[in-house]
Design a protein around this ligand. Structure first.
Ligand code: GUN
Length: 283
């Protein structure tokens, strides 16, 4: 058996087309979705991410503001900018690129973002809405994982989904979203005693561990859908996921590659969230 390769780039392109078509329609009603991205400091990876977000806004015809602030910006000044963006009617989504410099309290910053504009889905009220099941802005990478599973043709309801990883930005929200889709969900983590035994019972296996190639075929039930959220830099400079892709390719039913799987979905879901927030803001 050879797995179906889930092409995250192609699925992401398809969703962007859908977002663009809706955005074009909205524009005829005088509404343009607006995204503000705030970058504090000079972290090289963050700079690349912010550039990609800006490019996506241009591609889809969104209004875009990028606030590039120096690394010594005070927490007070950052909060003042967020309060201004909360009030600004041309802005529907606010994203503060993480990590922030150490002297800034990340939680205070996330808490300051208006829930209606929380396109990252990191605000405690957004997290609460996600758990309760209310309609809210969903965190981008977890929402992308669900889209990939669905658009690969997998029916989630009734399946046993195993999520490896319990971070606030991936593991926990992915587990909650799978539960919302009526999967039976098991969350595993670094202290799980019998990881292999549990993982190999999964119909849907989501790896968000942060360790290159940690999951080989012995963790995978034949025919399982394997979603790899990891991005790790190998000593030779190449990228690898948390899953040993080559080893799992034969045994799994469907699998995401790295790069080209979950990665392309994150910014696309950010755009989709911004569009959703714009539609909500304009009734
Ligand atoms: N840094 C790395 N990933 C993310 C993300 O999804 N959102 C924000 N705000 N910062 C990040």
């Amino acid at each position: 058996m050879t797995a179906q390769i889930i092409n995250g780039k192609a699925i992401s392109d398809m969703i962007r087309e859908e977002v663009k078509a809706e955005t074009d329609k909205l524009r005829q009603q005088g509404v343009v979705p607006g995204l503000a991205v705030v970058l504090v400091g000079e972290d090289p990876a963050s700079k690349v991410y912010v550039g990609s977000k800006e490019k996506a806004c241009i591609q889809l015809g969104f209004y875009s503001e990028v606030h590039r602030l120096s690394a010594d910006t005070s927490e007070e000044d950052l909060l003042a900018l967020i309060h201004k963006l909360n009030e600004q009617s041309t802005i529907n989504g606010i994203l503060v690129q993480l990590p922030l410099p150490k002297h800034i309290n990340e939680k205070a910053v996330i808490d300051a973002i208006s829930v209606d504009k929380d396109v990252d889905g990191f605000h405690p009220e957004s997290v609460g809405n996600l758990v309760i099941g209310d309609d809210s802005l969903l965190p981008c990478t977890p929402a992308g994982v669900i889209e990939l599973i669905k658009r690969a043709g997998t029916d989630i309801a009734g399946k046993h989904a195993v999520v490896i990883g319990r971070s606030n930005i991936v593991g926990k929200p992915v587990a909650m979203l799978l539960l919302r889709e009526n999967a039976t969900v098991t969350i595993c983590h670094s202290r799980t005693a019998n990881l292999k035994e549990i993982a190999s019972q999964a119909d849907i296996l989501v790896a968000a561990i942060g360790r290159a190639k940690a999951i080989d075929r012995s963790y995978v039930k034949p025919g399982a859908v394997v979603i790899d959220v990891g991005i790790n830099r190998l000593p030779d400079g190449k990228l690898a996921g948390d899953v040993d892709y080559e080893d799992c390719l034969e045994v799994s039913g469907a699998i995401t590659p790295v790069p080209g799987g979950v990665g392309p979905m994150t910014i696309t879901m950010l755009m989709s969230n911004t569009l959703k927030a714009a539609k909500k803001a304009h009734g």
